[in-house]
Design a protein around this ligand. Structure first.
Ligand SMILES: Cc1ncc(COP(=O)(O)O)c(C=O)c1O
Length: 480
């Protein structure tokens, strides 16, 4: 069994084994014709159920054959140009190389004595990101597992900085289309049920700052304590960006922590054309960025950035076995002092490899391309009488709904759209997402693949229209 341990004597085994895996994936990527096979849970479950984990195959090639059957063959492939659903990007090769290196060396970023250069690389990337944001000379941050964790930590810091004698009095203000992790965080942080005040958005899906000002005022007058405003720079559904400079003004006026959830919109930090769309982000107290959404990084790759490094002390605990207090005086850089996690992956290496091979402009160019594609998609949808499209994109999402010419019942239109999404998924020809707008079912493209073309968008819209019409035809047959 020792031959499976990665060490000085097994380097050749490691090389062969990983190469075998890489060859399989490369072959799969090269021949994948659709983003999905359309496999069902019922078809796939028995294949996995029948594998006896107590009877190993002892042969890497045989295990890879088996893996093909239970995973690779039917996986959802984000690199395919007709995967248009959630906030999953195709990944860049330097980052995948980083992933291979980081898992083999297996540094843990909690302490210097488990990572050495890894810690310094992560710190440099945090500084780089902070410079792009413009958070100022005292900024700091830490890599996290994802946007949800970054938001949670930001709100933890905001809670600790708020002046109150009761958690029940604390209020967080976020737009009605902000990410659900804000509400989840409030719950995890022990705030009351009404802690998150939902601020309406306009037709452009951006937070209405007049309403924000009113709610902040109301909060103060009621003896409550405004704890944080969460401005979203790239909402999950619409890619809309809240008016950051106006939100910053209000935060300053009311003395409230400003958190910018730029999990999606952070790609603009590298943009060559659209950086100004997130102007105002530099006034935040904290910022969430998900490199695994718009920097073309493999999951996980995310960070929380803060204007004032000192606020990260709210996540600091000293353990004698790991990061005793004396290490602070000795200036030993232990990232665990800033993190909610202890053992932590060296995810930063992926971004490092990306920036060293491609440069930030390379990433920005790819992100600009998907934003431009969304603009083209918007024009297609707006000119197509078969569809209702909700809002012109600021980033790269399009929310729309098929509107059959002969049907006026909104519930029947809902069913036709739901059916179309499911039928498309089952066919594997394309994968699209769905959401609700004003209580009605809509479909969504999240465009993060520069290889997707306007022709792909047009073809998928035709497929959707075809499936919806098929549903309506069958529905008529059922009724008659
Ligand atoms: C705006 C926004 N914030 C936060 C998140 C959560 O990020 P993660 O899935 O990395 O936890 C998402 C995920 O889609 C998001 O769109």
């Amino acid at each position: 069994m020792r031959s499976h341990l990665l060490n000085d004597t097994t380097a050749e085994h490691y090389r062969r084994s990983v190469t075998q895996g890489v060859e399989r994936v490369a072959a799969k990527l090269a021949t994948t014709e659709r983003p999905f096979t359309g496999v069902t849970v019922d078809a796939l479950s028995p294949l996995i159920d029948r594998i006896d984990l107590d009877r190993p195959l002892h042969d890497t090639a045989a295990v890879l054959d088996e893996l093909d059957e239970v995973y690779l063959r039917d996986a959802i492939y984000f690199h395919h140009p007709r995967y248009l659903a959630h906030l999953n990007c195709p990944v860049v090769i330097p980052a995948v190389l980083g992933e291979a290196v980081l898992s083999a060396v297996n540094s843990s970023l909690d302490t210097w004595d488990q990572s050495a250069g890894g810690t310094l690389i992560e710190r440099k990337l945090i500084d780089w990101t902070n410079e792009r944001i413009g958070l100022g000379p005292h900024a700091d941050g830490v890599f996290t597992s994802g946007g949800s964790q970054s938001n949670l930590q930001a709100l933890l810091l905001a809670r600790e900085e708020a002046k109150t004698d009761s958690l029940a009095k604390l209020r967080i203000f976020a737009s009605e289309v902000s990410h659900f992790s804000v509400k989840k965080s409030a719950k995890l942080l022990g705030l009351g049920q009404d802690a998150v005040v939902s601020i309406p958005v306009g037709a452009d899906k951006r937070m209405q700052t007049v309403a924000l000002a009113r709610e902040l005022e109301r909060c103060k007058n009621a003896g409550l304590v405004p704890m944080a405003v969460v401005a979203t720079a790239g909402t999950t559904d619409f890619g809309s960006i809240d008016p950051l400079p106006e939100v910053a003004e209000l935060c300053e006026q009311f003395g409230v922590w400003m958190h910018v959830d730029a999990a999606y919109g952070c790609g603009l930090l590298a943009s060559l054309k659209h950086r100004s769309r997130i102007d105002g982000i530099e006034r935040a107290d904290s910022v969430t960025v998900d490199y695994h959404k718009s920097f073309f990084q493999p999951v996980s790759s995310s960070a929380l950035l803060v204007r004032d490094a000192d606020t990260l002390r709210h996540a600091t605990y000293h353990a004698d076995y790991l990061n005793p207090r004396r290490m602070v005086q000795e200036r030993i850089p232990n990232q665990v002092d800033k993190s909610l996690q202890t053992t932590r992956r060296f995810d930063a290496l992926k971004l490092w490899m990306t920036l060293r091979v491609m440069g930030a402009d390379g990433i920005g160019q790819l992100f600009d391309e998907v934003c431009d594609l969304a603009e083209e998609g918007w024009k297609l949808l707006a000119a197509d009488p078969r569809f209702d499209v909700v809002v012109e994109p600021t980033l790269s999402t399009l929310v729309y709904r098929y509107i059959p010419a002969a049907v006026t019942d909104p519930a029947e239109i809902d069913r036709a759209n739901l059916y179309a999404r499911k039928a498309l998924f089952a066919s594997g020809d394309a994968v699209v997402a769905g959401t609700k707008v004003a209580g009605r079912h809509y479909l969504k493209f999240t465009l993060l693949n520069p290889e997707t073309t306007a022709d792909d968008i047009a073809a998928v819209l035709d497929l959707i229209a075809g499936h919806a019409e098929q549903y309506l035809g069958e529905s008529l047959d059922r009724a008659s």
